[in-house]
Ligand binder design. Structure first.
Ligand code: GRF
Length: 190
């Protein structure tokens, strides 16, 4: 049995590509769909380069959820991965994928999370607060931003001379290393 995975991404999509490439060698998991809520998302180009079907939904369609859910069903999607996805997931989709939808956040939640806390803003906040460590949090998606049940966290140091960019690079490395493996493990446990 193959589990079809959909990845939701709003921007660059480097995690989406990393995850898709990781599962190419896996005969039971397939990244079958990439969805974005931004026409400018580079994730769309990455999907085309990888030969993965991709779709854009405007705010209105995204918030309604029915068309998105219809597409997920068309592709027989069994698991959803948020990777740099900035919109709230509508209840209709949350309810259709209980414990089957995960998100990654580039800090040690509950620190530096919540609405408006994304991208460089997270790393700027970590530095402003003088944290000595940061990292990533992989958690189930819920109706509240960054508040779903935490699955696992991985840490890295924050250096005294870090900039938001240098910290982001270290955090991204953690994401690339761990996110695909955690997804793989969760899929095995389904
Ligand atoms: C990642 O740092 C992820 O943790 C956060 O958004 C960023 C997305 O980066 N949710 P990319 O689009 O995968 O390059």
């Amino acid at each position: 049995m193959i589990t079809n995975v959909a990845i939701l991404a709003s921007g660059n999509g480097s995690n989406a590509e990393n995850i898709a490439r990781y599962f190419v060698a896996n005969s039971t998991v397939k990244v079958s769909l990439i969805i974005t809520n931004s026409q400018k998302a580079y994730a769309l180009q990455r999907a085309r380069n990888l030969g993965i079907p991709c779709a854009y939904f405007s705010k209105e369609f995204w918030q309604d959820g029915h068309a998105v859910l219809g597409l997920l069903r068309c592709y027989n999607i069994g698991f959803i991965v948020l990777a740099g996805f900035l919109a709230k997931v509508p209840d209709i989709i949350l309810q259709a994928y209980p414990k089957r939808m995960v998100n990654i956040h580039p800090s040690l939640l509950p620190l530096h999370g919540g609405k408006g806390m994304y991208g460089d803003r997270v790393h700027e906040d970590v530095l402003r607060c003088g944290e000595k460590e940061s990292g990533i949090t992989i958690h189930y998606t819920s109706e509240v931003y960054d508040a779903g049940q935490i699955i696992v966290q991985y840490k890295c140091v924050v250096k005294a001379d870090d900039t938001p960019d240098s910290l982001a690079t270290r955090v991204h490395a953690l994401e690339y290393e761990h996110y695909p493996k955690v997804i793989e493990q969760l899929l095995k446990e389904l």
